[in-house]
Design a protein around this ligand. Structure first.
Ligand code: MN
Ligand code: MN
Length: 283
């Protein structure tokens, strides 16, 4: 992961930190996440190889763009959308590190301008489909309602869900969301298939709190780290972007959860590289 020193070559993967947590309904903390995830990514307790054998340390087309610095009284979401759009317009792919889940709406706003038939795979304990929560329509509990009502995705699949309620069930039905709830088992993991580009949004609370305690909302009964990695490795489709959100360092034990986030980041970089870069010839 190189800091930007020169012009970024086209068809690269860019990492961007979005430490925004003011739309969190329960606890703050994710604002501090991006750098903690970077620290774990480079931790000498592990190495920079993906499980499938890609040496991320030697990639020439992987850049760290640093963090967006949010300013008081400025429109955070416009800043996110325009920053992401600029990177996509240059022909590059993005992985954003949250921040809370509210950031996914402005990210997808930018993606939808480039990809007209976008699929989204959303891993989360929560459907995040509230029309509004605590009078905030941009709450981290609402991004997928905003995405769907603005018709920014052709297909939304949610998995890991274990907090469905009446209102969000109605919302899911209204927007045609495919919801895979934990109570119905996880056989679908081997069958995930998408037609066209896939954006992967990983809320770390999709994982059971036993695997990822460093999140604001501990919701028992979740996925294993292995299952999430298997999804990243095996889903059929072309992953063209991702976010990893809701890491809350204040709730972590040591760097247990940031290591999970860093691991998922490594595997996601490798998958995007495999899907979008390995097959392109340059020069
Ligand atoms: Mn979420
Ligand atoms: Mn969640």
């Amino acid at each position: 992961m190189k800091p930007i020193k020169e012009n970024i070559q086209t068809n690269s993967i860019c990492i961007l930190g979005l430490g925004l947590d003011k739309n969190s309904s329960f606890q703050k903390g994710p604002a501090l996440a991006p750098n903690r995830i970077r620290e774990s990514y480079f931790s000498s307790s592990s190495n920079l190889w993906s499980e499938k054998g890609l040496d991320l340390g030697s990639l020439q087309d992987l850049y760290d763009l640093g963090d967006i610095h949010f300013k008081k009284d400025k429109d955070d979401f416009n800043l996110i959308s325009s920053s992401v759009k600029a990177v996509l317009d240059q022909g590059n792919h993005m992985i954003c590190l949250g921040g809370d889940h509210s950031i996914t709406f402005p990210i997808i706003k930018a993606y939808a301008q480039k990809y007209k038939a976008l699929n989204i795979l959303h891993l989360d304990a929560h459907p995040d489909l509230y029309d509004s929560l605590d009078k905030n329509i941009y709450s981290h509990a609402c991004p997928f309602a905003r995405i769907m009502e603005n018709k920014l995705a052709k297909r939304l699949v949610q998995a890991g869900i274990r907090t469905m309620n009446g209102h969000q069930q109605e919302q899911a039905k209204k927007f045609g969301v495919e919801v895979k709830e934990m109570k119905d088992g996880t056989d679908w993991i081997e069958l995930l298939e998408f037609d066209g580009p896939v954006y992967l949004s990983i809320d770390l609370d999709c994982l059971d709190p036993a695997f990822a305690p460093g999140v604001s909302h501990h919701e028992p009964g979740g996925m294993t780290t292995r299952q999430v990695i298997d999804i990243i490795h095996n889903l059929k489709g072309k992953i063209i972007g991702a976010d990893i959100v809701e890491y809350n360092p204040d709730r972590d034990f040591g760097s247990m959860t940031s290591m999970v986030a860093a691991k998922l980041l490594k595997e996601t970089i490798a998958r995007i590289h495999e899907d979008t870069i390995s097959f392109h010839f340059t020069g």
